[in-house]
Design a protein. Structure first.
Ligand SMILES: CC(C)(COP(=O)(O)OP(=O)(O)OC[C@H]1O[C@@H](n2cnc3c(N)ncnc32)[C@H](O)[C@@H]1OP(=O)(O)O)[C@@H](O)C(=O)NCCC(=O)NCCS
Length: 437
């Protein structure tokens, strides 16, 4: 039995920050106002009107008024959750007091925004005692305004060694009678300040990648039933780099990532969703090449690999410096080793349904077969792989489907785009998988 969660959402793909007040614009709330009206794949799962680092200190008081005004006006129709970030610092009582005042004002029911506010984001937290101080302020805000205890969720930015260590204590602290840390929701990395806090240095001055922090955050979230989110990717026009980062993160179980621009929101909303169709890959000399679907199978169109029949049922396969003459079954074996397959949503659903049917028929383990015809240098090679599937395989394979189902359930505004991407019948089948038990 996994740790029970306090929130309905199991996945957050996007954590989108917007400056709350920008000097020089005729309307200082311009960015807030446009972000509040996003929908579909352009709207984030969580939107963070950011009254901390994204907003100049001199504009933060106006930022609070802007949050109240824009969220009151557009909050009811905004499709994601809204979690403003307020100021806070583990070493600075005056910052903590300011953060408390900001929450108190934004959450005042008389101001009309709180009905659409899901929680607040607290930056620069320190050790677990500091998290509890922030939590106590939430309790006071709720009590002061007659809000239901625990109704405002708390997310934190993990940007110090102290906060990183505190994540290891959550499992034993959450639920203690002396706090209300059950209100915790997202653990969000903040690599820039973390680097400063850790005194990290690189020759180029670039940000270290901190895979350990991301692992620890994902582990902390998993152990405490929370949601892990990676920090900002500030090379905002580098779409490929952003995708590489998200791919690395997902392998660690960290599905969410910060988005700084509306363009990043779209990328990060789509990236964790399964592809619409499967893709065969051929690995050649350390490089991965996508094969093209043609009527007869999947074709390799490059010239790094050559394959020709030599008579006597033998084939000559040349890749880089390797030159081999093989019979058909040896060729099939070599080609299987060179290929990889990325499942599409339809493949995933097929496999899940096949295992569910086998389970219903009383089988605990089955051989799941995948076969294809690959065309290399005009020569067809039929390949087949068998993988053992048991309950554990099935449960692990469920993660991308659970993500899909979570998105579908929580984001009705994305239904149309999902149906366009996958086709209505695959969407319907994907929603039915895993619901038997
Ligand atoms: C970095 C930044 C200044 C780049 O702005 P930019 O060059 O205008 O970015 P884009 O060209 O991608 O923006 C496209 C549009 O979206 C708006 N936009 C950009 N980022 C936005 C954001 N985070 N929230 C709301 N709207 C945003 C822009 O104003 C622009 O609107 P326009 O077409 O009406 O002019 C801006 O994205 C930003 O302020 N991001 C947030 C920074 C932040 O949160 N920092 C704290 C993290 S530690």
């Amino acid at each position: 039995m996994s740790t029970s969660r306090n929130y309905e959402r199991e996945f957050v793909r996007t954590f989108f920050t917007s400056p709350t007040a920008v000097e020089g614009n005729e309307d200082t709330a311009k960015l807030l106002r446009s972000a509040a009206q996003l929908s579909g794949m352009e709207a984030p799962d969580t939107w963070i009107p950011d009254n901390e680092d994204a907003t100049a200190p001199s504009m933060r008081s106006e930022g609070v008024s802007n949050i109240i005004e824009v969220v009151s006006e557009h909050g009811a129709t905004f499709p994601g959750e809204i979690h403003p970030r307020v100021v806070w610092h583990r070493d600075d009582p005056s910052k903590r007091y300011q953060g408390f005042q900001q929450m108190l004002e934004i959450a005042d029911p008389g101001n009309g925004a709180v009905d659409h506010i899901d929680g607040f984001v607290i930056p620069e937290v320190g050790d677990i005692d500091d998290w509890k101080k922030a939590d106590e302020f939430f309790t006071i805000v709720e009590s002061e305004h007659g809000l239901e205890p625990g109704s405002l969720s708390m997310s934190v930015i993990v940007e110090s060694g102290e906060a990183e260590l505190a994540m290891g204590e959550l499992r034993s602290e959450i639920g203690a009678p002396s706090n209300r840390l059950e209100r915790l929701f997202m653990l969000v990395d903040g690599e820039v300040d973390y680097t400063k806090d850790m005194r990290g240095m690189t020759p180029t001055g670039g940000l270290p990648e901190w895979p350990e922090l991301r692992h620890n955050t994902s582990r902390g979230a998993s152990a405490a039933g929370l949601i892990a989110v990676d920090g900002p990717y500030d090379d905002i026009r580098d779409v490929e780099g952003y995708h590489e980062r998200m791919t690395e993160n997902r392998a660690k179980g960290m599905t969410g990532i910060w988005s700084l621009t509306p363009g990043q929101v779209v990328e990060a909303n789509k990236a964790p969703l399964p592809p619409a169709s499967g893709q065969w890959l051929l690995e050649i000399g350390g490089e991965t090449v996508e094969l093209t679907a043609v009527d007869e199978g999947y074709e390799y169109a490059g010239d790094e690999v050559t394959l020709e029949p030599t008579g006597d049922d033998q084939f000559r396969l040349k890749t880089g410096a390797t030159d081999q003459t093989l019979d058909e079954s040896a060729l099939q074996e070599v080609v299987v080793d060179m290929t990889a397959y990325i499942s599409g949503l339809d493949d995933m659903v097929d496999s899940m349904e096949e295992f569910e049917a086998a389970k219903a028929a009383g089988k605990g383990a089955i051989a799941m077969t995948r076969s294809a015809t690959l065309i290399i240098d005009g020569v067809s090679v039929s390949i087949q792989t068998d993988r053992m599937w048991d309950e554990a395989t099935y449960q692990a394979a469920m993660t991308p489907i659970s993500l899909f189902q979570d998105v579908y359930e929580n984001r009705p505004d994305q239904h149309e785009e999902l149906a366009e991407m996958y086709g209505a019948s695959v969407v319907e089948r994907a929603m039915a998988v895993g619901t038997d038990d």
